[in-house]
Ligand binder design. Structure first.
Ligand code: 48F
Length: 257
């Protein structure tokens, strides 16, 4: 029994990983925007994998605000809660609340059920840069990256890569700093996130969701970090709508390619 259990895990894991070495779309970061984007694209039939460096995907959604485990979603994004079968309560004419644990786990569950391959404990430490295009990701174990052990990574190719790493905009920063390129942003570079301004932050998250270099897209707080948008705190409609928009942009690009 001891060896059968190990064989089953090793065999299935490596089959899953081998199947994902050439992707249509690689999603970096399992917060709300990455989870929504991955689900939409998998539903359209793309081969999508999502990589999360922590043990559990979900990013900043589990903890609500200051660990008060409720989130707020504005009415414009309620249809996304319906789509992911997340229950919610009306607070007033514009705002609804949901349990952050139910909301986060439902996003993860429906992403997996839509066909997304989810890899937790894997960190993206670089991109593949071929013919002046972002063409994949460079992966390592999350704990290896965090402890800065000097161990070479593995590589996964992808037609599109989404930076959904939240506040650090990690993939955009690595791509810009290592390749001496001008990003498709206002400054040609990374502007950095601004302080909190809720309404503007929410609108900008969706507006800033964009392709910032051939093959590389940004969503959620990573989009605001790259384009110099405001942070907004514990309101999540913008993140969900940004996930949708990034899926639409990637779908358009892959369909036309
Ligand atoms: O930060 P995060 O939840 O991303 P988001 O979709 O949503 C932001 C909100 O949660 C919140 C907010 C709304 O009011 O402001 O902050 O923009 O999730 C980002 C995920 O990416 C993972 C990280 O652990 C988190 O779960 N991540 C970050 N860097 C890497 C990564 C990396 N290099 N490789 C893999 N995962």
């Amino acid at each position: 029994m001891e060896s059968i259990i190990s064989k089953a895990i090793v065999k299935n894991f490596f089959e899953k990983l081998e199947n994902c070495l050439e992707l249509d779309v690689a999603i970096v970061g399992g917060g709300p925007s990455g989870l929504v984007c991955s689900t939409e694209l998998a539903k359209k039939g793309y081969k999508v994998a999502l990589f999360e460096e922590d043990l559990a995907p979900g990013g900043g959604m589990w903890g609500g605000a200051m660990m008060f485990n409720e989130i707020v979603v504005q009415k414009e994004a309620i249809q996304i809660l319906d789509e992911f079968k997340i229950s919610y309560q009306k607070f007033d004419d514009n705002y609804y609340t949901a349990d952050s644990v139910e909301a986060t786990s439902s996003l993860i569950y429906h992403s997996k059920k839509a066909g997304v391959k989810i890899f937790n404990c894997i960190s993206i430490e670089d991109v593949v840069f071929l013919n002046n295009k972002v063409s994949g990701i460079v992966i390592n174990w999350g704990p290896v990256s965090k402890s800065k052990m000097h161990i070479d990574p593995l590589i996964i190719t992808a037609k599109a890569v989404l930076d959904a790493t939240g506040h650090p905009s990690e993939i955009a920063k690595i791509t810009a700093s290592k390749n001496d390129i001008q990003l498709l942003t206002e400054t040609g570079n990374i502007s950095g996130e601004k302080s909190l301004s809720m309404e503007k932050g929410e609108q900008e998250t969706v507006k800033n969701t964009s392709m910032i270099y051939p093959g590389l897209y940004v969503s959620g707080m990573a989009a605001n970090g790259v384009h110099g948008g405001f942070r907004m705190g514990p309101i999540f409609g913008g993140m969900l709508l940004s996930g949708k928009k990034s899926a639409d942009l990637i779908h358009q690009a892959l369909k036309d390619a």
